[in-house]
Design a protein around this ligand. Structure first.
Ligand code: GLY
Length: 428
């Protein structure tokens, strides 16, 4: 088969790497791809948002399956356009992608169908939002742009003054453009977070390993929010919590999506927070997470291509996902200064050759003549898997010492929360 992967980050590199292992795959294209992906497949210079350009390319090259990485093309209706042209594509259609692309809609959906979630209010004007005192009236509180804001749409405010400033920036100054036409003001919840990924053809649900993202810039979850500084998998949930997530969150969500005529086919990503009152949904996303995909896919043993095809063809019940009995640690190497101002164009050097067991997924890299240089905030994801979580962590950090670029920054504690959880479990 000939595949086209839409996107050019670490998640897409991990998808290309995993799909290239399928015996059925003859050739992989990626649009726009990156230098890491170029070592496996062919990168084509088409933006992930150029739906018509991508569809023309898929027709021209007789692509057998297109897999969409990021949310924006899904929200723009890439699946509807490809399907209209008779092209096979993995991902939810435009209507179903609203579960991520329209956060006010998603919160309303959760409320209507009794899916546990934080309390919330939706506002379209600053004057309405500033009257906010009754429903949540507690700080910190979370202000979210309802639309897609490239990871910049969720702001935690700690005081009334910060709340007023944030409302003004989004609803009056339109700093987030269209994405900030409406805001969702949500109750701030505390607890461990887990990313749950399921494949669904709209009826059958298949679980991929759960994982934990690390969104804060610094160790021990301090500092500003980022796109994700690392992840580990599987996230160790106990049977009771797992059952609640399955029965109270995932199954009713898939059923209700179907009931609402949303025909959800693809991967559903539930960002869950484990509060003292039980698991609640922080967000639903209509795609694989980044960097969670880089952590999860290396411990999926079965052929991912078979599962993706089964989703599209509505026969997911015929296919099983097999996972390795391994832990996976993924650490993101970022440009110094990220997520604010950071330098790009720094040469990336590999001081020693890396272990053949280590995976390095590219995100913000590009070639400058024959040099590999940094081109964005999150540069590389380094991943190691092992039966023992501590060893997986040690090995990942040993390998990172072999990689260098000026200003390189990374968290040193990816996997620690998993180790703590396992220790507590052993003590019980
Ligand atoms: N890991 C966060 C996201 O993919 O949205």
């Amino acid at each position: 088969m000939k595949l086209l992967i839409v996107g050019g980050g670490g998640r897409e590199h991990a998808l290309v790497w995993k799909l290239s292992k399928s015996k059925k795959v003859k050739k992989i294209y990626a649009a726009p791809g990156n230098p890491g992906i170029a070592q496996i497949g062919t990168c084509v210079n088409i933006l992930a948002t150029d739906i018509q350009g991508l569809a023309r390319f898929a027709e021209e090259k007789k692509i057998d399956l297109t897999v969409v990485g990021p949310e924006v093309p899904l929200a723009l209706g890439i699946v509807d356009e490809f399907t209209k042209r008779g092209l096979k594509i993995f991902g939810p259609n435009k209507k179903a992608s609203r579960i991520e692309a329209d956060k006010a809609f998603a919160r309303d959906f959760m409320l209507r169908f009794g899916i546990p979630a934080p309390k919330f209010q939706v506002y379209e004007t600053a004057s309405e939002a500033l009257k906010y005192t009754k429903t949540i009236n507690k700080y910190p509180t979370v202000v979210k742009a309802s639309g897609l804001a490239g990871g910049k749409g969720a702001i935690i405010v700690n005081t009334r003054k910060e709340y007023e400033k944030t409302v003004d920036e989004i609803l009056v100054q339109h700093r987030l453009g269209e994405a900030g036409k409406r805001i969702v003001v949500e109750e701030f919840l505390t607890g461990q977070e887990a990313s749950i990924f399921v494949l669904t053809d709209g009826i059958t649900i298949t679980y991929l390993p759960a994982s934990q993202d690390h969104k804060k810039l610094h160790d021990r979850n301090r500092g500003p929010n980022t796109g994700g500084m690392g992840a580990y998998a599987p996230y160790p949930t106990n049977r009771r919590v797992k059952n609640i997530i399955e029965q109270v969150i995932i199954q009713p969500t898939i059923l209700s999506l179907k009931d609402q005529g949303m025909d959800y086919k693809g991967v559903l990503y539930a960002g869950i927070i484990l509060t003292s009152l039980g698991p609640k949904v922080l967000e639903f996303n209509c795609r694989f997470g980044d960097p969670e995909a880089q952590a999860i896919l290396p411990i999926v043993e079965s052929d991912l291509l078979e599962s993706l095809l089964a989703v599209i063809d509505g026969r997911l019940s015929d296919v099983q996902i097999k996972t390795k009995n391994h832990w996976s640690i993924c650490v993101v190497l970022a440009s110094g200064g990220y997520p604010f101002d950071y330098r790009v164009g720094e040469e990336i050097r590999f001081k020693d050759s890396l272990s053949s067991k280590t995976l390095v997924f590219h995100a913000g890299t590009k070639m400058d003549d024959s040099k590999l240089i940094t081109s964005s905030g999150r540069v590389l994801s380094v991943v190691t898997t092992h039966e023992n979580l501590k060893i997986a962590k040690q090995k990942t950090y040993e390998e990172i010492k072999k990689i260098h670029f000026k200003g390189m920054y990374y968290r040193k504690d990816i996997g620690n929360s998993g180790m703590k959880k396992m220790k507590r479990k052993r003590r019980r």
